[in-house]
Design a protein around this ligand. Structure first.
Ligand code: 5AD
Ligand code: SF4
Ligand code: FES
Length: 398
């Protein structure tokens, strides 16, 4: 246990306020869950005598809130055992042992954007481009349904070929198959988001990537953080389930900036939070040397971010991201045991998979939709979890 002399008054006041709020609101549900030992630990933390991982985690578990410095403390902590154990426990308590599968259909790798980190950026002339016709996308969704998927995620680069009319037709055709539709097609106007929503789209994924505006604007030329945030607001306002998230290990990204990202995701609040490690792509302007955290660290750090999000937003859906498995052969299973409850297996036709090269080393490039479905279910069963039969909507977002 570390004795901290540096805890300031504001910190103590903030935590006392939290406790008083809970008492005055007579939030018995929370109070009942606190056993005496934890209360003692918590008082020790707020009285400013002891700041330790255990005390911070205790606060997170019972109040689902942490301030930036506490998050930073956990992000810096080398011993991750307790964090992952607690995230797994809270996951089980709030969203159970079921794992929701989402079939990922990567329908176009054309992109008008030039994000410095991404293999699909328009200036990557070495990439062979493809785009699927609407009828083909609908056919892939039908195949996903035949494999017992309840949700399809339609993902692409930002490709204007898919006009609002085309997207509306695709969405309504897939909805008529009784499948939940998630879109992941980037920044659009309010009217476009509204049109997709009116055609039946249920969820939208748009990662914020980083909330550090200097970093964001540097890595995403001709884009800006303000507009990204606005898009997320639109999506929320239109009643979509909101999926957002960040990349971890971006060059120039600090732990403090990640702590702020976590607080941003909580402030929305998102229904789904996808956290992926940044993976260096040689055909992008980002040099390998500039990766601030190093590749190995990006995996561990992504897990930590994911686990903290589970403690702060126990009800949300958290995917074990594919990029995690690229960095660690057991990455998705490790993630599922550290707070995650969703997996997004690839349901793109095998021949196109290798061209959707956001980053190198993607998994499942030679496998079929049927095989991935079979493979992931076996993996999930191997850790005593099971594939959900439901549609997997977020149970509650406070
Ligand atoms: N490594 C890991 N993830 C990446 N993404 C883009 N480029 C990379 C990369 N080099 C992620 C972004 C984007 C999502 C579709 O892929 O977070 O939102
Ligand atoms: Fe396009 Fe998305 Fe890649 Fe940026 S991250 S280049 S918007 S596909
Ligand atoms: Fe694709 Fe295992 S999930 S091969």
């Amino acid at each position: 246990m570390i004795i901290a002399n540096h805890i300031n008054k504001q910190y103590i006041i903030e935590n006392y306020l939290l406790l008083f709020t809970v008492y005055f609101n007579k939030n018995l549900e929370i109070l009942e869950t606190i056993n005496n030992f934890n209360v003692i630990c918590f008082f020790a933390t707020i009285s400013g005598h002891m700041i330790s991982t255990k005390n911070i985690l205790s606060k997170a578990i019972h109040f689902h809130t942490l301030n930036k410095n506490e998050i930073l403390y956990i992000l810096k902590e080398k011993n991750t055992k307790m964090l992952f154990y607690m995230a797994n426990k809270i996951r089980k308590e709030y969203v159970g042992d079921e794992v929701h599968l989402r079939a990922l259909i990567e329908f176009s790798n054309y992109c008008i954007r030039n994000c410095l980190y991404c293999g699909l950026r328009k200036d990557n002339y070495r990439l062979v481009r493809y785009r699927l016709e609407p009828w083909k996308i609908i056919e892939l969704a039908q195949k996903a349904k035949n494999c017992n998927y309840k949700t399809v995620v339609l993902q692409s680069g930002e490709d204007p070929y898919y006009t609002t009319k085309k997207m509306k037709d695709i969405i309504s055709a897939i909805k008529s198959l009784d499948i939940v539709v998630t879109l992941s097609i980037g920044e659009k106007t309010f009217n476009e988001y509204e049109a997709y929503r009116n055609s039946g789209a249920d969820r939208y994924l748009l990662r914020i990537e980083t909330t550090n505006s200097i970093l964001y604007n540097k890595l995403n030329p001709e884009m800006n953080l303000k507009n990204r945030m606005k898009c997320i607001e639109y999506i929320k306002k239109l009643g979509y389930e909101v999926g957002s998230g960040i990349m971890v290990g971006l060059p120039g990204q600090t732990l403090e900036s990640i702590a702020k990202d976590i607080l941003y995701l909580k402030s929305i609040p998102v229904d789904m939070a996808g956290i992926g490690p940044f993976i260096y792509h040689p055909n992008t302007p980002i040099s390998l040397k500039t990766n601030s955290h190093g590749t190995n660290n990006a995996f561990e750090l992504s897990l930590k971010v994911m686990a903290i999000l589970r403690l702060l937003m126990p009800w949300i859906n958290i995917p074990a991201t594919t990029a995690m498995e690229t960095l660690n052969t057991q990455g998705r299973l490790i993630a599922l045991q550290s707070g995650a409850n969703v997996v997004m297996p690839n349901a793109t036709e095998t021949i196109y998979r290798k061209y959707y090269e956001i980053y190198p080393g993607k998994i499942c490039l030679k496998d079929s939709t049927q095989y991935c479905r079979f493979c992931i279910e076996n993996k999930i069963k191997s850790i005593n979890r099971y594939v959900s039969n439901g549609k997997g909507f977020c149970k509650k977002t406070k």
